[in-house]
Each structure stands twice: as structure tokens, then as C-alpha cells.
Design a protein around this ligand. Structure first.
Ligand SMILES: O=C(O)CCC(=O)C(=O)O
Ligand SMILES: [Fe+2]
Length: 397
């Protein structure tokens, strides 16, 4: 720990390779399958509270060691002689048009509790997105080009006025945390309270299926658009960027887009429809994003080469596919431009084995992944509750 005088001068820290490629990719998977529209135009976010609230609490597990490591770094570097709490943890992505001018992170009365900021870059400038350079108004470094795995930490006050250039294409993804010394803003306390009320503890419900929130949080609007007349649904758009369509089986006499959110849904690729029904569009999206993440690592040895898990769309279903598309997207051009470089890991995965077999393998592997995390969450929860703090619990013994 540094002494007081020295630590007061310490205002920013750059950590290269703080996260591994795999950690970045796992967080990217979580964001691309769970994010909602964010707090500002063209910004998407995944908060830990949202994960818990949508029955995906197990997905907070990958964040736990990273939050812990970041907090330790902040305490050590800034020489904190007091306890630090995480105030907020979130995955935040910026799409074309998003930017932020000069500001400090505590520049509103309701943000005064923020002491330190940490931004971990999960993808790279010039690869996954254009624009989006970070600048400090004074001192060194003047500019940071986001590179996956790197992290920048700084005091949240006016010693660190900074800005981010407008995103010109692609999607810029970060893991962003704020730290506070004010325990009344402790994120862990809020998460633990929500976790104790979640169906996690219902021993009859051992499911990891996501539950859509009752209000719609997935509609990307180019302007104020309370009736979903413009823009598109971001879950649909992520599937669309990978070349997929969706179909809701059964008779639907409602034409309101949000009602479809909690319905069984099937995946469509070109002129074929996948047999399996997914519980809802969030479930489908998690499996497809899992396929993008794991791709060729998926174990398909149990799948018979000759088996077929998809069939040709009938003309009636084909009409349905176009109809659902028109419900989920009022502006395909906009959806494409927003997620323009979001296609990596998608289409090219389809060719080496049939896409349908890959989806079967991904659905099974996603379930295994989720249950491992869920077991870890259940094993950790009582320790967390006793300490009123979320930390990595060693569950081996
Ligand atoms: O993403 C970044 O590089 C910084 C974002 C930022 O300044 C903020 O969210 O306050
Ligand atoms: Fe900021």
C-alpha cells in the first residue's frame, strides 16, 4: 500500500492484459444474449440486477472473480484506508452514433458517491468497431485506443475529466464498474436482497431458462417511440445479424409485438425451420450466442451425421416468418447498420456441419454450462448472505 501523500497523486492506472481473451468472450456472450436498451440512445447494457431479475442469476458468476480482482487493484493503487464497495457493475456497449463529451463520472448530485471508475475493454478499436477512442482532458495518457483485455482505472472526480469519440461503426463493448466508500450504495446488498427473493431457492425449479421482464426493454428506437412504430427489437436483430429468422408456432390472433416475447419460438435458417421449440426468444438467443461463442469446440460426436433436426418451411409458415419479422423490425436497414460487424462466429460456423446439428449441440452445451454456474451460485449463496458480500467462494472442500 502506498502512503497517503503519494496515493493522493495517483489518479489513473492502465492495466494491459488484465482480462484474458476467454474472459472477454464469455462476457461478450452474456451481453449479446441478455442486454437491454441502455440509459442513453444507441447504448445497450447488461446489469447484474437485470440478470438476477430475469432468472439468469447464474450468469453473475463469471463476474465475481473479476469484480474482486478490480476492487483489490483499486484499493491497492489508490491506497484506500477504508473499505471500498462496488456501486455498479455492468456490460455496456455503444453502437453507431453513441459518444460522450467531457465529463467526470461523479458530475451529478446523485453520482457523488462514486469514488473510482474501472473500464475494461472487451473488444478492440479498428477490429470490432470504429471511433470510440477515449481521451483524458489533461495529463497522460491523452488517448486510449480500446484493446480487448486492457483496463483503465481512474478517480471519478474532476481530476479525470474524459470523453469518448462517437462510434462510427460496429459495437464497442466494455465491462464498467464504479466503486464507492458509501455502504448505502453497495451493489452487493441490492443483489443479495434480490437473490433471496428469486426462484433460485425453490427446489422444484432448477431451471436456468431466462424469463423475459414484463415491460419491454429490448426495443431499439431511433427516436422517442413508445408504440414500437419505428426501430427494432435487439434480440431479433442479433439473430438477424447472424442470418437467422424466427417463427412462433400456433395460432396468434394478437398482433402486438411484446406479447410474443413469452411465447414458444422456433429458429429458421434460410428455407428451413429447426424442430425444437425454445421457451422464449431470450432462451433461443442465449443458445445461438452460445453457439457463436463456442463454435467449433462444441461436441457433436453423439450426433448422427444422417439425422436431420430441421425441415423445409411450408408456405404457410413462410408467411408467418415474414409476419413475425415485420413485428420485430420496423426498420431492417437500421438493424443491419447497428449490428453491422456483429456477424463474426456466425455464418462461417454453419458450413462444416449442418447448422441444425450445431444448434442441437449448442442447446445441450448451453444447458450444461448454465447448470454448472447455477450449482456454483447455489453453493456460494449462503456464504455471501452470511458476509453480506459477493466474493469467490472455494467450493472444493
Ligand atoms: O467506455 C469508456 O471508455 C468510458 C465510458 C464513460 O466515460 C462513462 O460511461 O462514463
Ligand atoms: Fe465517464
Amino acid at each position: 500500500m502506498v502512503d497517503g501523500a503519494e496515493s493522493r497523486q495517483r489518479r489513473r492506472l492502465i492495466l494491459e492484459n488484465f482480462l484474458s481473451r476467454e474472459e472477454c468472450r464469455e462476457l461478450e456472450f452474456i451481453h449479446k444474449s441478455c442486454c437491454t436498451v441502455g440509459y442513453r440512445p444507441n447504448v445497450l447494457s447488461t446489469t447484474l440486477l437485470h440478470l438476477v431479475a430475469t432468472n439468469s442469476a447464474h450468469l453473475i458468476i463469471p463476474f465475481v472473480p473479476i469484480r474482486e480482482k478490480l476492487k483489490e487493484k483499486a484499493e491497492e493503487f489508490f491506497g484506500c484506508h477504508y473499505e471500498l464497495f462496488v456501486e455498479f457493475t455492468g456490460l455496456i456497449s455503444w453502437t453507431r452514433g453513441a459518444s460522450i463529451g467531457w465529463h467526470s463520472d461523479d458530475n451529478r448530485p446523485y453520482l457523488k458517491q462514486r469514488e473510482f471508475s474501472a473500464v475494461c475493454y472487451l473488444n478492440s478499436y479498428g477490429v470490432e468497431f470504429g471511433g470510440g477512442l477515449f481521451h483524458f482532458q489533461d495529463g497522460e495518457p491523452e488517448t486510449i485506443s480500446p484493446f480487448y483485455g486492457d483496463c483503465v482505472m481512474y478517480t471519478a472526480d474532476s481530476d479525470n475529466v474524459h470523453s469518448v469519440d462517437e462510434i462510427t461503426n460496429g459495437e464497442r463493448l466494455t465491462l464498467t464498474l464504479w466503486f464507492t466508500r458509501d455502504s448505502s450504495h453497495d451493489e452487493d446488498a441490492k443483489l443479495l436482497s434480490l437473490l433471496s427473493q428469486s426462484p433460485l431457492h425453490d427446489r422444484f425449479s432448477n431451471s436456468c431458462l431466462p424469463q423475459p421482464p414484463s415491460c419491454n426493454m429490448y426495443w431499439f428506437s431511433p427516436e422517442d417511440d413508445p408504440n414500437f412504430k419505428f426501430g427494432f427489437d435487439i434480440c431479433w436483430a442479433r439473430l438477424h445479424a447472424l442470418g437467422y429468422d424466427i417463427y412462433f408456432p400456433g395460432d396468434h390472433d394478437f398482433s402486438e409485438y411484446p406479447d410474443l416475447f413469452s411465447q414458444d419460438v422456433q429458429l429458421v435458417w434460410g428455407d428451413k425451420i429447426f424442430f425444437q421449440k425454445f421457451e422464449n426468444i431470450l432462451h433461443l438467443l442465449q443458445v445461438v450466442q452460445f453457439l457463436c461463442w463456442k463454435g467449433k469446440e462444441l461436441d457433436t460426436t453423439n450426433l448422427n451425421e444422417d439425422s436431420c433436426y430441421a425441415e423445409y418451411l411450408s408456405p404457410k409458415r413462410n408467411v408467418g416468418v415474414s409476419y413475425f419479422k415485420s413485428e420485430f423490425s420496423k426498420n431492417d436497414g437500421l438493424a443491419e447498420s447497428v449490428f453491422s460487424s456483429a456477424t463474426s462466429g456466425g455464418k462461417e460456423n454453419q458450413h462444416w456441419l449442418g447448422w441444425d446439428k450445431l444448434v442441437v449441440a449448442a442447446a445441450a452445451a448451453w444447458e450444461d454450462y448454465a447448470s454448472i454456474l447455477r450449482r456454483e451460485l447455489l453453493g456460494s449463496f449462503s456464504h455471501w448472505r452470511n458476509c453480506q458480500s459477493i466474493y469467490s467462494v472455494s467450493l472444493d472442500s
